[in-house]
Design a binder for this molecule. Structure first.
Ligand SMILES: O=C(O)CCC(=O)C(=O)O
Length: 238
């Protein structure tokens, strides 16, 4: 892998932690100022689309990705880390076949309290493993709705319960399934990010702080692995 001055691959300890837990916090993946620009840009897009500007989930599939975000989804530093996590190295291409699939914003303004329930992202899309990056556009704290993870749950799919709810997140894991398991709360400073497997069990705290909590979540997979999922029609090779 070639690296440049701006590329900061994971250390072997960080990579080992990701493999052990199924997720990893990477502080300062992007700059704080850049996150404020992203947030302003997303707000403009949502307003133009007459989408709720207070809370919700808005997904952009690769083929509909606003051009503003395309280079950001393929950022060299992000790509370097994904190449470490996803692999394997493809001799013919001279690199792993990591591809970007989609990105979504999950936004909760200061007046919004809802939390996300315990779930595995694989419930929503099935197929081969995906790796997502939860990117903090605001400082995320336990008070305003940062994520919680259950370490080591990325090894198998857990039973899901389907419910009807307004905020989406209708596939969830009942508390009784997770009883006794260790929970880790992951505060993230603006610009930091959590890389996680689509089997890593996670949820978010409610937002009771009266401050915004906006995030972007980008999703990637290994192109060389057959995927039964039919959700994504196109992708971008990194
Ligand atoms: O950002 C959040 O509050 C939770 C998002 C989440 O869990 C997901 O999209 O899978």
């Amino acid at each position: 892998m070639t690296t440049s001055a701006s590329v900061r691959p994971l250390t072997s300890d960080q990579l080992a932690a990701y493999r052990r837990d199924g997720y990893l916090l990477v502080p300062d993946l992007y700059s704080g100022d850049e996150m404020l620009e992203w947030k302003a840009h997303i707000k403009d897009l949502l307003l133009k689309e007459k989408f709720s500007a207070t809370h919700g989930v808005r997904v952009w599939m690769n083929e509909h990705l606003p051009e503003y975000f395309r280079p950001k989804m393929a950022d060299p530093n992000v790509a370097a880390i994904l190449h470490q996590i996803i692999g394997p190295f493809d001799e013919a291409q001279g690199r792993p076949q990591v591809e970007f699939l989609s990105v979504k914003t999950v936004f909760k303004n200061s007046t919004t309290t809802f939390s996300s329930p315990w779930h595995q992202d694989r419930f929503y899309w099935g197929g081969s493993e995906k790796v997502s990056i939860w990117i903090a556009l605001d400082d995320a704290t336990p008070e305003n709705g940062c994520l919680k993870f259950i370490p080591g749950t990325h090894k198998k799919e857990l039973p899901k319960k389907v419910v009807q709810v307004e905020e989406g997140f209708d596939n969830r894991i009942e508390d009784s399934v997770l009883e006794g398991m260790k929970v880790e709360t992951i505060p993230v400073k603006r610009g930091g990010a959590v890389f996680f497997s689509d089997l890593a069990v996670h949820s978010s705290h409610p937002n009771s702080a009266g401050t915004d909590r906006w995030s972007m979540i980008s999703t990637y997979r290994d192109r060389s692995v057959k995927d039964e999922s039919t959700i994504w029609k196109t992708s971008m090779l990194l």
